[in-house]
Ligand binder design. Sequence first.
Ligand code: PDD
Length: 287
Amino acid sequence: MPRIAYVNGRYLPHRDAAVHIEDRGYQFADGVYEVCEIAQGFIMDMTRHLNRLDRSLAELQIAWPMSRKALEVVIGEVVRRNGVRNGLVYLQVTRGVAPRDHAFPKPETRSSIVVTAKKADPAAGAKRAQAGISVITVPESRWERVDIKTVGLLPNVLARQKAKSQGVHDAWFVDPDGVVKEGASANVWLVTRDNVLVTRQAETGILRGITRTTLFDVAKKLGYAIEERDFSVDEAKAAKEVFMTSATTIVMPVVSIDGHTVANGHPGSTTQALREAFFDVAEKTPA
Ligand code: PDD
């Protein structure tokens, strides 16, 4: 089945899909995006993802490229046309195409929209979650508005590459005072000795992850208390369990931080339970 992408009103073969060279996403990273998990033929948490898209667009004063209802139809169509039962759908909205000038273009400039879908092997994710992942820490180097899901991800790219070059999976952004912010593309959690789940408050300094939000519902169902507060790298190293959440990895155990082994070096039972319960609790929209 050939891959298909949706670009500004047209379904195109993926290899021919392109945007204009003066698209402001390309020139200024002037755009926002969302990534939703596709699991067993369902789009997961679409309502929450589109709510966050709405917020990102509003914060940057970018117009919706089409109605929300129409975008829901396009997302489903792209998933179906690509035959994706397990994987991801990616959507990106930019301020559109205009002669290069930093200030906003003319108000009639239409925002650009791209939607793609990609298959992923759930067995590979499950295998990685059985082993757990290793992370390094890097100094926070991003702007203050990381609550907006913009395509301007250069610090995240450099952090992930640094992790890769050191043979580990991911990197955490850390403040000068040692407080953990979040991963290059995921939120960070720990489990205390008393089985309380701790994750950083999302009002500032991190992206409010949709997986993070849904995990609050999962935790409630399983009877875990959650504390939203700062925690340091040292507290994470000494925690009972550590894990990360994102649409691409759902709940991913962390077993090593800067070369320090977390607990016994194996994923813990709480992390495992949260991962297992996630699918049942998340909103599922048939593609
Ligand atoms: N990233 N923090 C950052 C910086 C992220 O980029 C992401 C997601 C998250 C988790 O958000 P969610 O649970 O809504 O996926 C937190 C996506 C998956 C990406 O860039 O590919």
